[in-house]
Design a protein around this ligand. Sequence first.
Ligand SMILES: *Cc1c(COP(=O)(O)O)cnc(C)c1O
Length: 447
Amino acid sequence: MIADNISIAENGHLLFAGQDTVELAGQYGTPLYLLDEDMIRRSCRTYKEAFQKYFGPGSRPLYASKANSFKRIYQIMSEEGMGIDVVSSGEIYTALKAGYDLSNAYFHSNNKTDADIRYAMENEIAYFVADNIEEVKAVEAEAARMESASAADGASAAPVRKRQKILLRLTPGIDPHTYDAVSTGKVDSKFGSAIETGQAREITEFALKQPHIELVGFHCHLGSQVFEEDVFERAAVIMLQFIADMKREFGYTAQQLDLGGGFGVRYVDTDPYLDIAQKIGDVAAVIKENCKSLGIDMPEIHMEPGRSIVGAAGMTLYTAGTVKKIPGYKNYVSIDGGMPDNPRFALYKSRYTCLLANKMNEPADFTCSVVGRCCESGDIIAEGVDLPSSVGRGDIVAVCTTGAYNYSMASNYNRIPRPPIVMLRGGSESYVAVRRESLEDLCRNDL
Ligand SMILES: *Cc1c(COP(=O)(O)O)cnc(C)c1O
C-alpha cells in the first residue's frame, strides 16, 4: 500500500487509519475528506524529536499551514508544540480563532498588503519573513506608526517601543528539480531576494539600520515535493556562507536559519520513501561541519514542512457515477467531486493512487481515467488508473494522499459545495472538523 495507514478488511473494504471507508462514506456522505489525526501527530513528533536530537534547543519545525488550514489543525499544532507559517490575514484569523499563540508564528508571502501587515502586527505575530526590500520598508513604517500612535494615546508615560522581528527570504539559486510551479529557490523567481545578485546583502545592510526592525535571521525555501538527494544540504552551505559573510562585513550574527519546507510524500508506488528523521540528521551533519569551518556559531535551525505533515494523512472518498467506455480510446469513471475539491491534476498534472474502496478483493484490471463532474476536460483526478472492471454507479472511489493542497486549494467552481473534513483517531473514532457546505452557504454573500 502507498502508506502504512491503508489496509484491506476481510470483506474487501478499504481501511484508512484502521476504519472502514465504505462505512465512513455511508455515515458522512461523499465527497468526503478524511484526515488521520494520529498520523499527523506522529509526523509532528518525528520532526520535533529529530530537531531536538540533531539541532538542540531553539531549533524547531514550523507547520506550513497553507498545506491544510482550518481551525482544528491549528489546535493540533498547538498541542504538538509546533510553530506555524501563515501567508495571509485569513490564515492568521483562523489560527487566532483556534486559540493558537501567534508568538510561535511566522508570516510569509511575497506580497503582504499594508492591511495584512497591520493586521499581523496588531495581533502581535512574532516574526515576519520579509520577501524583499519593499516589505522591509513597509514593516518598518507600520512599526513606527504603531509606536507613535501609542505615544499619542498618552495612556502610558513613555511610548511603547515597537521593534518587529523579521527574517529575510533569500534565494540561494538552487533548482530542486520538482515541478516548475512549485520550484521557488532559483534566482529568477517571484519569491525572495537573490544572494547571487548582491540584493540579499543590500537588504541585510538596510534592515540592520532600521530602528523599528530586529533582523533575527534568514530564510529560504526551494520548492515542494522534493526528493532529490542533497538539495537541503546545498542550500544550507550557501546560506551559512552568506551568514558568515554578513558577520564579517557588518558584525551581524544571525540567530535563526530557516531552510523552508518541501520534503516529498508518496502519491504513487514509484515515488520513493523518505526517512525524514534521517534526512534531518544528514542536513544537521552538513550544517555543523560548515559552521565549524566558517567559524560561526550554529544558528537555531527551522524547517517548514507542510505536505510531509498532512499529505499521507489524507484520503478523499467519492461515489462513482457514469462509467464511459469509448472503444479504441479510453475508459472514464466519473465521480461526484473533482477539480473543485482537488485541483492538483489541473495545476500540475499531479499523480494519484485511486482505489475502489468497496471492491478491494477484486482484481484491478480495468484501466481508466478518474474524472470529475465539472464542465472542463481538464477536470481529471488521475489517468491510467487500474480499477476492478465491475466498477459502476454507487461504488466508492478512494483517492490517497490528499491531506495537503486539496481542501486548502478547494473552490466552489460550478457552484459545487466543498466537502467536509472528518478526522479519524484511535482506530475507531471519527468527528467532523469542517462541516459540509450547504447550498445556502453558496449564496451566503450574494446580495
Ligand atoms: C509551501 C511552503 C512550505 C511548505 O512546503 P511543503 O512542500 O508543503 O513542505 C514551506 N515554506 C514556504 C515558504 C512555502 O511557501
